[in-house]
Design a binder for this molecule. Structure first.
Ligand code: GLA
Length: 402
């Protein structure tokens, strides 16, 4: 008894110290509780087949994509999730109720493919749906099979689950999505959980404790208008994002050919600034250098992956039709990002004041253009003004002088 009391007296202060110390490291994002599976401390980066292959996916494409992600240098820049979307499974479950990989598309099985992905030091992602069927209707969803499917995914070595919302039973996503969250946690395998309910029930308000990212929009299309609308829709929820949980305005269209290079630069820059997942959605096996140059801009990627994890915002609040816009926000080490966006059809001068992006009014700063890769020197007038082409951006890292 005496021994126990001594042990107890020693362990209690120790536990107290541990819990107080860890409390300091828990995310305190705007008062919301983020999903603590240790994943998504910065927005996820990787590739998914849907935007380019529209569900015509197979194991050869995935393997060749893995090789290309490595050989182009994309992997070394952080694009490490290789995710397959809809139409990877047979129409029906096996006798035990397990999902089965489609024999015509994935003859070697999913485990084998995941092993290949892991052998290249990358991570493997899969897709399912909080309903009876997935959106393509060619395979079963995971509704009411959450534990069984989560176990299957974990046994295959899955690292990321995109969870869609088609053909559900009408119950709120707030009820259906946490079921899969619990099932994934119960497997003991860290699996990034990407909610895809298209922003229907304002997921930013409830998903931060459920998933590592949540779609805020319907599906993106490979054109300027679709991209810009998604940026605006996603912006509304900026304050709810942070390390562990991110707003997701859908995957990248860069490289699919439907936008100009300037438009793709704007798309990539806005997604980076908004701390959106950077999930490449084109065919990286034969990608033109000019598209690779966009996806591989290290300075823009660094803005997205900044450790502070604060989603940059649209900061000029003119009318919805205003063409000249300023976006910005804070970065770690006292820096800021500023973006001048011209949504109009002709070149326009746009001015960003430092106080708009969060810096002290009129402060003296150093400015770097992250697309020209050029230091623009010291600015003391309290703003930057540039002529910006139609459907284009200028993007700067702003460093206040100490
Ligand atoms: C939905 C999703 C898309 C994609 C397709 C697959 O539309 O929003 O991102 O996963 O289903 O069928």
């Amino acid at each position: 008894m005496e021994e126990f009391r001594e042990w107890f007296a020693r362990i209690v202060p120790l536990l107290l110290v541990i819990s107080l110390t860890t409390a300091n490291y828990l995310p305190r994002h705007h008062g919301s509780v983020l999903l603590e599976n240790g994943l998504g401390r910065t927005p996820p980066m990787g590739w998914n087949d849907f935007n380019h292959f529209h569900n015509k996916i197979n194991e050869t494409i995935v393997r060749e994509t893995v090789d290309a992600i490595v050989s182009t240098g994309l992997a070394a820049l952080g694009y490490n999730y290789i995710n397959i979307d809809d139409e990877w499974a047979e129409q029906s479950r096996d006798k035990e109720g397990n999902l089965q990989p489609r024999k015509d598309r994935f003859p070697s099985g999913i485990k084998n493919l995941a092993d290949y992905v892991h052998s290249k030091n990358l991570k493997f992602g899969i897709y399912s749906d909080a309903g009876r069927l997935t959106c393509a209707k060619t395979q079963p969803g995971s509704l009411n099979f959450e534990n069984q499917d989560a176990k299957t995914f974990a046994a295959w070595g899955v690292d990321f689950l995109k969870y869609d919302n088609c053909h559900n039973d009408g119950a709120s996503p707030k009820i259906r999505y946490p079921k899969m969250q619990k099932a994934l946690l119960a497997t003991g395998r860290p699996i990034f959980y990407a909610l895809c309910e298209w922003g229907y029930e304002d997921p930013a308000l409830w998903a931060p404790g459920v998933g590592n990212s949540w779609r805020t929009t319907g599906d993106i299309k490979d054109n300027w208008q679709s991209m810009i609308v998604r940026a605006d829709q996603n912006d509304k929820w900026a304050k709810y994002a942070g390390p562990g949980g991110w707003n997701d305005p859908d995957m990248l269209e860069v490289g699919n050919g439907g936008m100009s290079l300037e438009e793709y630069r704007a798309h990539f820059s806005l997604w980076a600034l908004m701390k959106a997942p950077l999930i490449i959605g084109c065919d990286v096996r034969n990608l033109k250098q000019e598209y690779l140059d966009i996806l591989m801009n290290k300075e823009v990627i660094a803005i997205n992956q900044d450790s502070m994890g604060v989603q940059g915002k649209r900061v000029s609040r003119k009318g919805a039709l205003e063409a000249r816009l300023v976006w910005g926000g804070p970065l770690s080490q006292g820096k800021f990002v500023a973006l001048l966006l011209n949504r109009g059809d002709s070149t326009a001068k746009i001015r960003a004041y430092w106080e708009q992006i969060g810096a002290k009014p009129g402060s003296s700063v150093q400015v770097r253009d992250v697309w020209a890769h050029k230091d623009l020197g010291a600015f003391s007038q309290g703003y930057i003004e540039e002529a910006v082409d139609a459907h284009a951006i200028k993007m700067y890292v702003v460093v206040p002088k100490s």
